[in-house]
Design a protein around this ligand. Structure first.
Ligand code: HEC
Length: 311
């Protein structure tokens, strides 16, 4: 029997190969198959056991055989074992002349006792050289004859893909907006979506025209919880004062971007003067003071809370 690999290489090799094959054969999404499906672990364990028992049988048979051999046969076997594939490979790859035969390849040069050997080029080096030629031919054919992607084209495809990815990200990033970063959306489609959300969820209390019913008038310049896109966003997302009936809509199924849309829609209602509107509540909000007031509002939030408790 020829010894290709010793058992401590053979066994793990076959085991990992079967693990890799299983990984490819079994379709799992993110995690490796053996983590996502515990039964795969069981299967691997069985494979390992079978491999070990094979090796054990093989070793047992060998040891029995060994005892039946004559002294000569044992020596012959040992000789085969010593010339294993690795040392054979090394010999082939270097093609070095054994030291005791060097006499034969001395060149006729002798410089102060330094002699030169006429060794053949080491085959490993020659193989590498041929490999570069092969590589060059394949490269030439692929990129200069059959139109493989050049570096520039590759760069362009990647940039195009990156643009698509950024657009994708922006779609999800839209929902990262909060009351501090909210700005008024002006796209007609956003305002239309905002109106739809308003009609579905808010019109019952604020009237379809925003004139106010249970909830305050949203069309005038007076605001209880603060005007301007940032405060309106906050009122919708976090709700009004407790017990007033205005719920925190971020917990009521509206995403941040929905809130931004409906808040933007509400800003378009400003000054529409709908008939039978509720009388103004809260304080007059001047547009040019929005930014300052928002900051003040944040600083004052504790005060507002105390007000609520006192009510
Ligand atoms: C159940 C009735 C009700 C519903 C539904 C309702 N609101 Fe209100 N809303 C109120 C009340 C009441 C207030 C006043 C809260 C307060 O005084 O603290 C209010 C306040 C507000 C304010 C602040 C007004 C101000 O003067 O500061 C905004 C903006 C607002 N609502 C928008 C909405 C939007 C947008 C929706 C739909 C997503 C909605 N509301 C749904 C009852 C409602």
């Amino acid at each position: 029997m020829k010894y290709l690999f010793p058992w401590y290489i053979r066994l793990p090799l076959i085991f990992f190969a079967s693990a890799v094959i299983l990984e490819y054969a079994i379709d799992t999404e993110e995690l490796p198959a053996f983590i996502e499906k515990p039964e795969v672990l069981g299967l691997l364990a069985i494979i390992l056991l079978v491999l070990i028992s094979f090796e054990a049988c093989y070793a047992a048979i060998n040891s029995v055989l060994w005892h039946t051999l004559t002294e000569e046969e044992r020596e012959a076997k040992l000789a085969i074992k010593e010339s294993n594939w690795w040392s054979g490979f090394l010999k082939k790859a270097t093609n070095a002349t054994p030291i005791d035969e060097e006499e034969e390849i001395f060149l006729n040069h002798n410089y102060d006792g330094i002699k030169e050997l006429d060794n053949a080029l080491p085959p490993w080096w020659v193989w590498g050289f041929y490999a570069t030629i092969l590589f060059a031919v394949i490269y030439l054919a692929r990129y200069h004859m059959f139109g493989g992607e050049t570096q520039e084209q590759e760069f362009e495809t990647e940039m195009a893909q990156a643009k698509i990815d950024i657009e994708e990200y922006k779609k999800t990033a839209k929902n990262l907006v909060d009351y501090k970063t909210a700005t008024i959306l002006t796209e007609a489609s956003d305002i239309a979506s905002g109106k739809e959300i308003f009609m579905q969820n808010c019109a019952v209390c604020h009237k379809p025209d925003g004139g106010g019913n249970i909830g305050p008038n949203l069309t005038d310049n007076y605001w209880i919880l603060g005007g301007g896109i940032n405060n309106i966003f906050k009122s919708i997302s976090e709700g009004g004062r407790p017990g007033k009936g205005m719920e925190p809509w971020s917990k009521n199924g509206l995403k941040s971007y929905d809130i931004q849309q409906v808040a933007s829609y509400i800003t378009t209602l400003s000054g529409t003067n709908p008939p039978e509107a509720k009388k103004a509540e809260g304080e007059l909000w001047k547009d040019d003071t929005v930014k300052e007031e928002v900051i003040k509002q944040e600083a004052d939030s504790l005060v507002i809370d105390t007000l609520q408790v006192n009510k």
